[in-house]
Design a protein around this ligand. Structure first.
Ligand code: GLA
Ligand code: GLA
Length: 680
């Protein structure tokens, strides 16, 4: 479906071959009519071929319950079409208008402490409110009927960043829907009482109506109730997404439907791997959080988005040309960042590069957020960089529609484990699930080794090495699956606090990590979390923080790769590996950080024969990804550093990038090169 969409984006001469999409959120309602003409002219100059319109337009489109105002939007759609620009049309339901919240305050979300979340910002609606849904779906239907045949319409954009501000709602609507969800999951109260371990603290339920969301409580709320509430809250939004999608599919069955995910640091409420199958293509929004690992994080998020999209192309629906407005300090991007950040997403499978937003607002909460056309206007560095990127994306048209060529190493990212491992009343509140996964990813980059970030819904057998950082929740079937993976020659690498609980957050008894004990050939009697600032030394130069384990080796096929040299467990195993036929199962019991893991990885990857595909001088500075399609294999080489890097010995047609006199590729600071090789 993505290829059809991409071929609808008109080329300069009406050429219908697929191309990469380029554009932004476009909010013309913030501007007088005369600006719109200039917008379309500048969009053409920049090579923009796709914009998302109407995302926050509800109050403008429907000024009152029975009043509609489509004239302005009709005109915008016509203008864009005349300019050869496709529209990803929003359903406009993201921010309910004041007339609706005044008439129906019962759609407003409620916090765990029972406070109402009032209107005044956006997304102030309960995912489970039947009243909200009735009004929202009426709007969706009206939009779909009005624009069904409009030639500018190329895709539907459901709501906006579902769950960004309203994933957790503790209202009475939520309580009712939570009970229905629990009935569907457990059928009987006995089953629920068992799963939630309600024998503890006199929590046994004798009627469904007694069950509530985990509202503000006197002490730690029941952990399984919390975990189920997370599952339920993600499902409630997914169900809402499906409700909008169904209306759209009924009226415009041929127009693809998407919604913009937020796979990036700080967002964890929505189980996107579980949502991805409900839409026609995955879209993601990503914003850089400046810091030492910022581009590693960008790459990780883009890679994970590709995993969620099952390796198929996806849309980067939003990122920023420069600063955002919502961080404590909003740092401007440096020259080269705009293009490099964009192309790093393309390297990981994005077939669209879009920004929030087209024209920087003069008023409102986001007026300091950068845009494609900044406050300074078109005569600006930012706009010139925008135009240049438009040219580069044109040169990359052959990439459109190509898929990710799997790496040999997979890093498993599991929402259930993310949610469960970071709950309260655990051995350590310092555990950071995402950071541990990111550290492994960064360590592999240091060694110049490609890795795919995948989810537990992926076919794991395609990977020679599977790294499962903090895979905390391991239900029996997953334990079996991982054991089979190792027995059939796979190399599993697991870490601290993995395999500890089942799907009900009940401990696997008999010594940790119960679900993986046998395959790892170790037994842990007690966890040894470390205080903030404390560290232990391992053999070699490695230093561990955060966590240690009291490990006993239980199987003669286990090699101890490193012992603790200091700390309470000095002399005991810290890193182990059990050989199983051609496969192996390794365990890393402490947090080594990206640097420490880079030191350890060769020993873990060696048996699988995984080595870098990059020339030695480029490892750790250049990131390599490969996309593959009918038009070729595309090697993306992204300079993650501020130094120039020369790359020799890489053959291929240069689609983007500079070469030296000898034909070698030269990547300036923050540069990207793309090579095409014949499809094999
Ligand atoms: C208190 C309570 C116990 C238990 C312990 C845990 O002593 O009385 O029920 O919660 O704390 O440390
Ligand atoms: C999100 C939203 C946009 C905008 C940007 C700002 O991605 O979807 O509407 O608020 O953040 O960074």
């Amino acid at each position: 479906m993505i290829s059809t969409l991409l071929s609808q984006l008109d080329g300069p001469d009406g050429d219908r071959t697929p191309r990469l999409a380029y554009g932004a959120d476009y909010n013309p309602e913030q501007w007088p009519r005369e600006v719109w003409e200039e917008d379309v002219r500048l969009m053409r100059e920049a090579g923009v071929n796709l914009v998302s319109v109407g995302i926050f337009s509800w109050a403008r489109i429907q000024p009152d319950r029975d009043r509609w105002d489509f004239g302005w939007l009709d005109e915008v759609m016509d203008l864009l079409h005349a300019g050869g620009i496709g529209v990803d049309l929003a359903t406009a339901t993201a921010s309910p208008p004041p007339w609706l919240t005044t008439a129906h305050p019962e759609i407003l979300p409620v916090t765990a402490a029972g406070e109402t979340v009032w209107p005044g910002a956006r997304q102030h609606w309960r995912p489970t409110s039947p009243v909200f849904r009735e009004h929202a779906l009426r709007l969706v239907r009206t939009m779909a009927e009005r624009y069904a045949g409009h030639p500018a319409l190329v895709a539907w954009h459901v709501s906006n960043e579902l769950g960004c501000h309203n994933v957790y709602d503790y209202s009475d609507d939520a309580a009712r829907a939570f009970r229905d969800w629990l009935r569907a999951r457990y059928t009987t109260l006995d089953a629920l009482n068992h799963a939630w371990g309600t024998a503890f603290w006199s929590q046994r339920y004798s009627g469904w109506e007694q069950i509530l969301p985990p509202r503000l409580a006197a002490s730690h709320p029941n952990p399984t109730q919390q975990l189920d509430f997370k599952r339920f809250s993600s499902d409630a939004l997914k169900e809402y997404l499906v409700a909008e999608r169904d209306v759209l599919r009924e009226i415009t069955p041929d127009v693809p439907v998407t919604t913009n995910f937020m796979v990036m640091g700080g967002t964890k409420g929505m189980n996107y791997p579980d949502w991805a199958g409900e839409i026609d293509f995955v879209s993601n929004d990503h914003y850089v959080h400046p810091g030492p690992q910022d581009r590693a994080e960008l790459s990780f998020s883009a890679n994970l988005t590709s995993g969620i999209a099952a390796g198929r192309p996806w849309f980067l629906m939003e990122h920023s040309t420069s600063a955002v407005n919502w961080q404590p300090v909003n740092v401007a991007k440096r020259p080269g960042d705009l293009a490099r950040d964009s192309l790093l997403h393309v390297a990981h499978g994005a077939d669209a590069v879009c920004f929030f937003q087209w024209r920087q607002s003069a008023a409102g909460a986001e007026k300091y957020h950068s845009a494609m056309v900044p406050h300074a206007g078109a005569d600006s560095e930012v706009f010139r960089a925008v135009v240049e990127l438009g040219q580069t994306l044109k040169a990359l048209a052959p990439v459109a529609g190509s898929e990710r060529e799997p790496a040999r190493v997979g890093i498993v990212y599991d929402w259930e484990s993310w949610w469960a491992s970071e709950q309260d009343s655990h051995p350590s509140a310092l555990l950071d699930y995402r950071q541990e996964a990111l550290d492994w990813y960064a360590a592999l980059h240091t060694l110049g080794i490609r890795a795919d970030v995948v989810t537990t819904t992926t076919d794991l057998d395609r990977y020679d090495v599977l790294i499962t950082p903090v895979l905390h929740v391991v239900p029996a079937p997953l334990a079996k699956e991982l054991t089979r993976y190792v027995e059939s020659g796979g190399h599993l690498v697991s870490t601290y606090f993995s395999g500890v609980v089942d799907e009900n957050d009940h401990i696997w008894l008999g010594g940790h990590p119960g679900a993986l004990r046998d395959v790892l050939g170790i037994r842990i009697e007690e966890f040894g979390p470390l205080l903030e600032g404390d560290a232990v030394e391992l053999d070699g130069a490695a230093t561990g923080t955060l966590w240690t384990d009291r490990i006993t080796v239980t199987d003669p096929a286990v090699d101890v790769l490193a012992h603790y040299r200091t700390g309470a467990y000095a002399g005991r195993p810290a890193v182990t590996r059990r050989a199983v036929g051609r496969g192996s199962a390794a365990y890393v019991s402490t947090r080594l950080g990206a640097e420490g893991l880079a030191g350890l990885l060769p020993a873990l990857l060696g048996p699988a024969g995984v080595a870098s595909e990059l020339p030695e001088g480029a490892r750790g500075s250049v990131e390599l990804t490969v996309r593959r399609g009918p038009d070729g294999r595309f090697l993306f080489l992204v300079n993650r550093t501020d130094e120039s890097v020369a790359l020799t010995g890489l053959a291929g047609e240069v689609l983007v990038g500079d070469t030296d006199a000898g034909g070698g590729l030269v990547l300036g600071p923050r540069d990207v090169a793309v090579l095409r090789r014949p499809a094999t």
